[in-house]
Structures are given as C-alpha cells and as structure tokens.
Design a protein around this ligand. Sequence first.
Ligand SMILES: Cc1cc2nc3c(=O)[nH]c(=O)nc-3n(C[C@H](O)[C@H](O)[C@H](O)COP(=O)(O)O)c2cc1C
Length: 175
Amino acid sequence: MPTSDPALTAPAYREAMTRVASAVHLVTTDGPGGRAGFTATAVCSVSDAPPTLLVCLNRSGSAYPAFRDNDGLCVNTLSAEHAPLAEAFGGGLPPGERFAAARWERLVTGAPVLPGALAAFDCRIVGRNRAGTHEVLICEVLALTRAEPADGLLYAGRRYRVLPEQDAEALSRTA
Ligand SMILES: Cc1cc2nc3c(=O)[nH]c(=O)nc-3n(C[C@H](O)[C@H](O)[C@H](O)COP(=O)(O)O)c2cc1C
C-alpha cells in the first residue's frame, strides 16, 4: 500500500473535483422531520432492480436534520432553465425561503416534486452510511416523472453550464 501523498489535502481534492462535470439536482424531503431541500451534484444511479440511487448529504448542512428524521426524499434533476433554483437551494436563499421560489407537487413519499424537472425520482431511504463529513443515503425509487427532453444543467469549474439537448458537437451517435 503506498504511503499517503502530503499534497493530498482537502482543498487539493476539492480543486481536482472541479474538473468533474456533474448533473445538478434539487433533493427534497418532507415528513415528521420537516420540509427541507438542497442543491446536489453527489447523486448516482446504483441499480435498476430494484431502481436504486444514492445521494451524499453533508451532515453540517441546514437540511441534514430533516433528512435524518424523514424516510423519503425526491431527487429532482434540473434543466438549464432551473439555474436560479439551483442557486437558491445551494445557499443563495435562507432555508426557510427556498420553497417559495417554485410550485411543488407530490408523488408517493410526500417529498416536494418540481413540475418540469427533467426527471424526478421519489424515493424511500433504505440505507444510510457515514463517510467522512457526509451521509450516503441509499434510496429505492418508488415513483418517477419525466419531462420532455430539454437543455440540461451541469456544474463544472465552479459554475453552472448548459448541456444542449440538440448537440451538434456530439462525439459519437447511436443509430
Ligand atoms: C452545485 C452545488 C452542488 C452541491 N452538491 C451537494 C451535494 O451533493 N451534497 C450536499 O450535501 N451538499 C451539496 N451542496 C451544498 C448544498 O446545496 C447546501 O445546501 C448549500 O451549501 C447551503 O447550505 P445550507 O443549506 O446549510 O444553507 C452543493 C451546492 C452546490 C452549489
């Protein structure tokens, strides 16, 4: 096993992660622990049988107590037109003011669902693992919605970017 690299600091890791382009989501919850939501890029598909994804949640964030005490959440995957919402839920607005920035619906768990989200995955939290500063939430998808294809919202290099739905520069095409 190689010894640890002294240059491998938390800031160096964060700087390296700015090179990783990610989709942007609003992760929301509601229930006995209250309503809460935050902007997230640390979301990943795990399995399609059963449909399962994971969300990494910072335990020092304002939303943590609600996600700790509730057993449902919704991952709302954002389109480019939702950039102001990403800003609001990423700390641009105080927690108590974030939900007033949009209209919300519900599916199965009661977590807020954003109409017009590229996709919304309404989930039951079926596992929790602590990793460093974060909690990894394993989430079974109980219901979903899909909007018409639209420009996606990405985060890379510490700023939001647009992923065009009609991409003339695509490197390869499927038949
Ligand atoms: C683009 C972006 C991606 C983020 N991704 C995550 C994430 O995956 N997990 C997380 O816990 N926080 C993430 N955050 C931070 C949360 O959105 C957090 O709510 C925000 O920093 C505000 O903190 P507060 O809710 O304590 O006010 C991200 C923030 C931004 C702007």
